[in-house]
Design a protein. Structure first.
Lengths: 114, 245
């Protein structure tokens, strides 16, 4: 499945620069709010679901080359974090839905942890 | 230069997780017996017992730094230390409205008691202090510095509420002067386990929740016991130094 259909189905708000999301195909999902765990557990080209909106999430995504971060429960990153994400070509997606719902819907769409 | 054996992280009975023995006079007696000259009172999101410990210390020669162990929005614990009670109280006034209004359950978490210098209960803090204040670690640093204090991330290597676990590494836009590591690891081990903290001065404190944990593990060689002098020591400037052990 492509990232655009994930954005549409889950009604996610794109807060970074638009990209050709229809041409991006996330291969896995990972969820944790502990950045040290995300650094160890998330996979390249995966999506990471977290309610942590701290600036350091951008560095984790850049380090692992993630397809996108889905930030849940209305946790809004600072403007400076969005700017940093744009400069590193990282996609940030926001939602008011809880992590549990987002993960459940992604699983229904066929996304798995590996 | 004078040598100050110090423990800059300890809890009183205002922290629900602290033992009931963490009363002003007992803390002072324990610290003095261990040759400690400088302590900081750092309750969770609270400064209410600083004044009682300061009063209890009068005449003992022990210096009591007002402080707080703040829990930030990212669930990171940071020590915020100040020179004066007024600065700590101003910090408290900033933190108070940022704490969620959740009632403490003393049966589960323990009592949160504000006491006088003799340990007499003045009031019970009914709002749960073991929560996150709605402030980022960056904003907490700004607020601490603005008031003339110093912010030191606490027990950064701990799985619960440690900066490394929660945030992975020290945010690169933050000017952090030192990190506290728990006393379960040596600085050498910490640098080896967590290469991302290379270059940060490391201090150790007891994080005492009971009297036996008051350690005095770090000694500062400074002119006088002020935040400015401690800051110099952490940065190894102007002949001020610190050492562990």
């Amino acid at each position: 499945m492509d990232l655009q259909s994930i954005i549409d189905t889950l009604e996610l708000e794109v807060i970074t620069q638009p990209k050709d999301f229809a041409g991006m195909f996330p291969t896995s999902g990972y969820t944790s709010d502990l950045l040290s765990c995300a650094m160890a557990g998330a996979r390249k080209d995966g999506v990471w679901i977290t309610l942590q909106s701290h600036d350091n999430i951008v560095a984790v995504a850049a380090l692992l080359d993630l397809a996108a971060i889905i930030i849940t429960e209305d946790a809004r990153p600072e403007e400076s974090t969005v700017a940093r994400a744009n400069s590193k070509n990282i996609t940030l997606l926001c939602t008011s839905q809880p992590t549990f719902s987002i993960v459940g819907k992604l699983w229904e769409m066929g996304l798995r942890s590996e | 230069m004078e040598s100050f054996r110090a423990d800059l992280h300890l809890h009183t009975v205002l922290s629900p997780c602290a033992e009931i023995e963490m009363l002003p006079s007992l803390i002072i007696a324990e610290a003095v017996e261990r040759g400690i000259r400088l302590i900081a009172v750092t309750d969770h999101n609270a400064t209410g017992n600083v004044i009682a410990v300061q009063k209890a210390a009068e005449g003992s020669g022990l210096i009591v730094i007002p402080g707080m162990e703040l829990q930030t929005r990212e669930e990171v614990h940071v020590l915020c230390l100040f020179d004066t009670l007024e600065q700590a109280q101003a910090f408290q006034a900033m933190v108070d409205p940022l704490l969620p209004d959740i009632a403490n359950n003393p049966d589960y978490f323990g009592f949160q008691l504000v006491v006088d210098s003799e340990g007499k209960i003045e009031r019970e803090e009914t709002r749960l202090l073991l929560t996150s204040a709605d402030i980022s670690i960056e904003k907490a640093l700004e607020a601490t510095n603005r008031l003339g204090g110093i912010l030191i991330p606490a027990h950064v290597n701990r799985k619960a509420f440690g900066l490394i676990e929660m945030l992975g590494f020290v945010p690169e836009n933050m000017h952090i002067e030192a990190l506290e590591i728990s006393h379960h690891v040596t600085p050498e081990q910490a640098y080896q386990l967590y290469p991302q903290i290379e270059g940060y001065p490391l201090i150790q404190n007891g994080d005492a929740h009971q009297l036996a944990d008051i350690l005095g593990a770090t000694t500062y060689k400074i002119e006088k016991p002020t935040i400015a002098e401690i800051r110099l020591a952490l940065n190894n400037q102007d002949g001020r130094t610190f050492s562990i052990g």
